[in-house]
Design a binder for this molecule. Structure first.
Ligand code: NAP
Length: 228
């Protein structure tokens, strides 16, 4: 068993997550920011790859005090569990995700991560070891389910999302497409990694909704051919 997995990203009109130097770009606006904060507030955990931690240094906290207090009133933690997928334990010990806001943090490492780096992170986060070389995402999600994480939001980046999609571990995607073009062959996209080559491997999506928001378009997709 694994959590229900919902990916949320913002892309430019040409499908890029950020610039070719992996510099964060403001793609959406206030309305979409509120939707993302609400999605986070309904999630048990929020996950990113180490590439996103190193590039953006996000805290992944809920921003609205009202949403935080609604969670607390319903017996939940102020913020969802924050998870970094980080095979070699490269998360900087001063990363915002480890310090901003209360609550549990998890760093998922592989068996080959250095014990010294793991020790330096274990003051701030629980460590899950899953897989050799790279984090085994199927194993990780099974472990997350065991600790009662049932609804998992994934905030990127493209390498992690690709791996989740290719392992059949994504249930829904929210893709906000903003009114800019970033360009660049090497700028990250929603699904980087190797890419599928055989048409029968392409995940098929069902469009749940498409709405104009912040002068861009928010598309809500459901993945059809991978179930729980
Ligand atoms: P990423 O997807 O955040 O992290 C990828 C890293 O995760 C891998 O290089 C790998 O590093 C680690 N990892 C461990 N196990 C893995 C596995 N099984 N599969 C895949 N990855 C695994 O990094 P990214 O692709 O470089 O994306 C970062 C960029 O995306 C930044 O530019 C950021 O600004 C952008 N971004 C944009 C949005 C948006 O909504 N616009 C959202 C998030 C990020 P190790 O081998 O060291 O473990």
């Amino acid at each position: 068993m694994r959590p229900y997995v919902v990916v949320n990203v913002a892309v430019s009109a040409d499908g890029k997550l950020s610039t070719r130097e992996r510099r964060q770009v403001k793609i959406s606006g206030k309305q979409d920011f509120e939707r993302v904060d609400e999605l986070k507030a309904t999630s048990d955990a929020v996950m990113v790859g180490i590439g996103t931690v190193l590039a953006d240094n996000p805290s992944l906290t809920i921003k609205s005090p009202e949403r935080i207090s609604a969670r607390v009133k319903s017996g939940r933690s102020e913020h969802p569990v924050r998870i970094v997928v980080d095979s070699s334990a490269r998360t900087p010990p001063d990363a915002k995700i480890l310090h901003k806001g209360s609550g549990k943090r998890l760093i998922a490492v592989s068996e080959s991560a250095s014990e010294g780096l793991i020790t330096s992170l274990s003051d701030y986060a629980d460590i899950i070891r899953a897989g050799y070389g790279k984090v085994d995402l199927t194993m990780l999600l099974e472990e997350l389910y065991q600790i009662n994480i049932r609804f998992l939001m994934v905030e990127g980046g493209g390498t992690l999302i690709w791996s989740l999609l290719s392992a059949g571990l994504v249930d829904e995607l929210f893709v906000f497409t903003g009114k800019i073009i970033i360009g660049g062959l090497n700028a990250p996209t929603l699904a980087d990694g190797q890419g599928f080559t055989i048409e029968s491997e392409f995940p098929r999506l069902e469009c749940i909704s498409a709405d104009i928001s912040d002068e861009g378009v928010l598309i809500h997709w459901k993945v059809q051919n991978f179930g729980l």
